[in-house]
Design a protein around this ligand. Sequence first.
Ligand SMILES: Nc1nc2c(c(=O)[nH]1)N[C@H]1C(S)=C(S)[C@@H](COP(=O)(O)OP(=O)(O)OC[C@H]3O[C@@H](n4cnc5c(N)ncnc54)[C@H](O)[C@@H]3O)O[C@H]1N2
Ligand code: MOO
Length: 731
Amino acid sequence: MTINVAILTVSDTAAKDAAADLSGPQIREIITSKDGYQVQDGFCRIVPDEKEEIHSAVSSWVESENIDWVITAGGTGFGVRDVTPEALSPLIERPAPGIVHLLISSSLNKTPFAALSRPIAGTAKNTLITTLPGSLKAVTENLEALFDGDVIHHALDLIKGGTGREIHSQLSAGGTGSESSHSHGRHGHHGHHGSHGHRRGHSHSHEHGQHRKHSHHRDHSHHRRHHDHKHEEHRAPKPRSQAALSHDPSASVASRHRVSPFAQISLEDALQLVKTNVDTLPVVNLPVNAQLGGHILAEDIYAPCNVPSTFTTSVDGYALRSIDPPGVYTVLTSQTRKIDTPLPEGCIYRVNTGGPLPAGADTVIMVEDTKLVSVHQEDGPNTLLAEEEKQVETLAQIPEYENVRKPGSDVRAGELVMSKGEKITKAGGEIGTLAFVGRKQVAVYKKPKVAILSTGNEIVDIQAPENLSSTSSDSWGGIFDTNRPSLTAALENLGYEVLDLGIVPDDVQSHLTAIRKGLAEADLLLTTGGTSMGPTDLLKPLIERHLDGVIHFGRVSVKPGKPTTFARVPVKIEHDVEVPVTSPSGPQVQVQVEEKNNIIWKPVFALPGNPASALVTFYVFVIPALRRLGGWPTAQLELPKVNVELQNTMPLDPRTEYHRVILKTDLQSGAAILKAYSTGGQRSSRAASLCNANGLVILPPLAQRQEDDGRRHLETGDIAKALVIGEIEME
Ligand SMILES: Nc1nc2c(c(=O)[nH]1)N[C@H]1C(S)=C(S)[C@@H](COP(=O)(O)OP(=O)(O)OC[C@H]3O[C@@H](n4cnc5c(N)ncnc54)[C@H](O)[C@@H]3O)O[C@H]1N2
Ligand code: MOO
């Protein structure tokens, strides 16, 4: 099905100067990047905010009968000149309030000002009309909402007289859910597999706490999932058009791009792309021990029995009855009396903290509230009792259940102790809780293994400086590899296993060998260097031209880190692996077997070579991907942000800037805010800008700030947000 789209920009300014029209070209770019959608020459127009002109442009497209979808941008607000809805309402034969609702509600997620947009939508003859706001950001978000889950595709199919069968079959196959609504169990119907791989998985349930080895791996009678080929294509990442690919490294230097073919996208968009294009790893069963720290639970944990299981004492002393008055009592112990025979009158029973109460006792007196009266003699009839307490005087009457822990008072049998999706930290609390309720092993999401590679002819291993002379052809001594040690430290500190791929020189074959090894053995590949515009900047071309990968972004408007690149590369599965699917409540986890020779799309981050850029972009972009792989809840993918008070002036840049700081508490003044001290020079080559840094102050882009108050700096005393990347210090 080919969809012909016409785009109308409604703007007084753009009507005078077409160069001011940013939204029209943006809509065109988005539309033409979609399979089967086209905007023919002459079907992009600009008109001023004049009712007649808007009406006449759209009505001519409706009449022409070749246009399936008219998109307008602008004129939908409350401004006095905003008349797009009024101009187009008379044309609409069948209004589509659902589409209006979708547009407004998706924008309301981003800003309350979306409430001031007045879109209309509906059909006129066989043409769908939708009216978008005028801003670049809003048109992008609105189009994303329309394409999400194939909503618009389905609508256009039906308007063109289709049966909608294609979409319905995808829906019944479990697909076509909103891309943004995925959660941990996303593998069940999303993204991992390209058009190369027909997924042949099938799902079944596992009781946790039981052996998960199963003999029915290949029993296809088990809820086999059907995925038709069309559906696979729908979910596979779309390659970019040939013309937009990165430079061909085998061609001459002179033929390289002189302008990056990658759009410089916003920080927010880049983070969104990371979050929605990384899938959670399979569930594994691991023993409950210190190594469990850093994992996310993949099952709900219920207490199998009461803790404590009986009435127990919370102090060292004597169990007795609450009716026993102060006085002298005979002391019984576990050696002289069975715990389950009722305590006789005139006796008390010695207990130690955590021990059970004997039958008949309902309270405990602390040893401090008693006096020793007599002891058993050495020559007594029972030598075992020699020197034992015989009689003790209680100095008070103790109310019922004093110093007593009732059965199930720490945790009740059947109680939900921890929930699926909760983090098991290295701080010990969760591992302790699991052990406390007797769990030997638990189902958790696999923690990703990360392969790490440094690139560049000039890069030399600090531990092997003898390589220096052979790697540099002139007198210049080279650069010590800073990124592999710094990133390895950061990764290992966070509990991730690292596969060290070393350093590769700037040639295609060395790069490919190392990258292929990394992709085969690890869950995520991290490279540094070679991401920018130089002829030996190989990462983007290799991902696109040699590894059949898809680059989700290749430039981001952040400083440092502009050329940060996020891609996914298809990797053939060598062995069967289990992946989680839906997330039913209760102690069951559904898993699905991904069969050998299927394709998994693995995330690759090609970080800039400058040492500060590499480490900053690791904290900003790579951590959310690692967390997604490891099954972290969506709200916790990014590192936490806190409000801080700046202790230095910080200049603003056109890009969002991460200013490296030391965050300190301020106990003396009593202020409830952390202080942020700059680490000094912020050049992206200066690794020491991260020395001692435990925070990254997020400086807003210059333009945004200037719009607010015209300032080009944040000043000492200003409050800003900072990402916390390390432990907070005391002042
Ligand atoms: N014409 C343009 N040039 C550059 C642009 C641009 O937009 N247009 N962007 C600049 C920015 S911003 C950055 S950041 C860097 C990123 O460069 P690459 O990722 O291509 O990295 P390299 O060129 O390989 O190296 C840059 C720099 O970092 C040193 N380096 C590399 N790896 C390591 C390592 N493992 N340890 C220590 N130092 C390393 C390398 O020697 C270079 O000095 O591009 C700008 N250029
Ligand atoms: O973006 Mo680059 O990382 O500034 O130097």
